[in-house]
Design a protein around this ligand. Structure first.
Ligand SMILES: [Zn+2]
Length: 279
């Protein structure tokens, strides 16, 4: 069977850092790679005022994601057309178009329709905390998990087409050790590492022992780097990762991490790739 992979995220650039190399690698191997993005990242940062204004940011970031998707070889990019909800506690949370205010029923139905049409073997989305707790990351995680199971149940959303049971659901899960290593390298260079202070708490970050797949993506790290650079409003000169020498960053970025969410993973399970053992 031809393999296909569906990645579901909240904002343009969510796909690049955690899965850019994996998506590129599968696309190179002939796997159909699909990407869903819930919003256009309308209230994200603007790294350089010449790139966008708050009014044009959504449109600009749509273009950036199209650039990244092309770089990674994504076969189809789908926007759900919700609005970026902003960080927790910001006024954008109240916007009626904000993704966090969308009815679960509506979002899940749309994702079910997409899964049943594309019929991916593997689906990937954020882990439950969405990396760092962004409300849209948590929301897309929740809706994708619900849709993954609903898509397989013919009694759910029958108007969205015949049921489809994908074989695996993965969470993208950048482990705690990555951030500790990043902090160590920045400290070595005498850089400010105050944004890593939260990792002093040993329960912060995804536990390394709950990573089931460590993808070696060194063969596509250049494509990942290019995809990140497509997102120039977010990955500007002041970005944390730009503070390390490029070669060092690329080496650190040459691995991507996933946790198997369904079927349930035995403790300590290690799989070489997302599709390992699937025909
Ligand atoms: Zn995001």
């Amino acid at each position: 069977m031809d393999h296909s992979l569906l990645a579901v995220f909240a904002h343009p650039d969510d796909e690049a850092f955690g899965t850019g190399g994996t998506l590129s690698q599968y696309a190179v191997d002939g796997t159909k790679v699909y990407l869903v993005c819930a919003t256009r990242g309308e209230v994200g940062e603007i790294s350089d005022p010449s790139y966008a204004t708050p009014e044009t940011l959504g449109q600009v970031r749509e273009g950036e994601l199209r650039c990244a998707a092309e770089t990674m070889g994504v076969a189809e990019l789908i926007f759900l057309d919700y609005r970026d909800s902003g960080m927790e506690g910001t006024p954008e949370n109240q916007d009626p178009r904000a993704f966090i205010n969308a009815q679960a029923e509506e979002v899940v139905a749309r994702l079910v329709g997409i899964m049943r049409r594309l019929r991916p073997q593997v689906v990937a989305t954020f882990e439950p905390y969405g990396g760092y707790g962004h409300p849209d990351h948590i929301a897309i995680h929740r809706h994708t998990v619900a849709a993954f199971h609903a898509a397989a149940d013919p009694t759910c959303y029958p108007e969205q087409g015949p049921a489809w049971q994908a074989e695996r659901l993965f969470y993208t899960a950048i482990p705690r050790s990555f951030f500790l290593e990043m902090r160590r390298q920045l400290e070595e260079l005498g850089e400010d590492t105050s944004e890593f202070e939260r990792f002093d708490d040993p329960t912060t970050g995804w536990p390394d022992e709950k990573v089931n797949v460590r993808m070696d993506i060194s063969s596509t790290v250049e494509a990942k780097w290019q995809a990140l650079n497509c997102h120039r409003t977010q990955f500007g000169p002041g970005n944390l990762f730009r503070r390390l020498p490029e070669e060092k960053v690329k080496r650190m970025m040459s691995q991507e991490w996933f946790a198997l969410a369904w079927p349930e993973a035995e403790p300590g399970l290690q799989m070489p790739t997302l599709f390992a053992g699937l025909c």
